[in-house]
Design a protein around this ligand. Structure first.
Ligand code: SF4
Length: 306
């Protein structure tokens, strides 16, 4: 959960998740919808799919015990070199370097490393330093300490060098370069995509949702059917119902992803007859939807529905 998300955001999701799935076995035995519903709103849903997938592999191949070998760990979905290193170091199995965002920031400043963090040249330099700094003894304390230093003191904003335990040897502090490091990546303007969400509602207030494919944005979640233009809305709806009572456009909402912005126009469509559903469709009450994995904008639009 902490990959690309801050602790403060994660805490309520983590508590709920651990309560629902207190062991690897319970997670492996859960359905995809149960897992996704507990991740709903946290974003980066591939993490949830990978975690679920990994729990099944751990139960099937490792009798429910997380493997202790580096090669076995990085073979699990969603676990890369740094995460595997953190698992092995923090659980005192063997010293392994880690290089998450916080550690990168500390090393960049402490050793005065310039260069774009997105470039492999800069990352290779940082990996060499992460390996060189890792002690043979007390490596679990070291690993926890450098992660915590980056998360609490050597932060990107409001860096607290005055209380930093390593300030005496920090080059960025000595040369007054703290605010310049890590070098900022020049951000390109994000492209914008527009979509129309079709919110089909029958007379009993059942709502049509479709299960998205297990890849791409919101993969594996339940969402409204969407169209790129509003030219064929009626035609599309006729596949589901022959008796459309009303079509109403709602207020546009915007949702930001890391690489693009999405402009969503909700279109509420009231139908009189029974919906004819396709395989990936489902007809749900609001209460049933609260138990499904749905993206944040879908959740807020459902909540607004009368
Ligand atoms: S002295 Fe400042 S910049 Fe250097 S490691 Fe400590 S908090 Fe980071």
């Amino acid at each position: 959960m902490l990959q690309q998300t801050q602790v403060i955001t994660v805490i309520p999701y983590f508590k709920k998740f651990i309560k629902a799935f207190p062991s690897v076995t319970s997670l492996a035995g859960a359905s995809e919808d149960q897992v996704m519903s507990h991740w709903s709103g946290l974003g980066f849903y591939a993490r949830a799919r990978n975690l679920h997938q990994s729990s099944k592999i751990i139960v099937d191949q490792y009798k429910g015990e997380i493997p202790k070998k580096f090669e076995e760990l990085i073979a699990l979905p969603g676990i890369g070199t740094s995460t595997a290193g953190a698992i092995l170091s923090l659980s005192c199995i063997e010293p392994r370097p880690i290089l998450d965002g916080n550690v990168k920031r500390v090393l960049t400043r402490f050793f005065n490393i310039s260069g774009d963090l997105k470039l492999s040249k800069t990352n290779n330099k940082l990996w060499s330093l992460a390996i060189a700094c890792l002690p043979e003894k007390d490596y679990s304390f070291y690993t926890q300490a450098i992660m915590d230093l980056g998360a609490t003191i050597c932060t990107s904003k409001k860096t607290q060098c005055s209380i930093c335990p390593v300030k005496k040897n920090c080059i960025a502090f000595e040369k007054n370069l703290v605010s310049l490091l890590p070098n900022k990546t020049i951000k390109k303007k994000k492209p914008k995509q527009t979509v129309f969400f079709l919110i089909l509602k029958d007379q009993d207030n059942n709502i049509l949702l479709e299960k998205r494919e297990n890849k791409g944005i919101w993969g594996g979640l339940w969402s409204f059917p969407e169209l790129g233009t509003n030219k064929h809305i009626e035609q599309w709806c006729n596949k589901i119902s022959q008796d459309i009572e009303n079509i109403e456009y709602g207020k546009i909402i915007n949702h930001g992803f890391s690489h693009f912005d999405l402009e969503i126009t909700p279109v509420v469509i009231d139908i009189k007859d029974t919906m004819s559903l396709e395989d990936h469709h489902g007809r749900f009450t609001k209460k049933q939807i609260s138990k499904l994995g749905v993206p944040k904008p879908v959740k807020s639009l459902i909540n607004q529905l009368k």
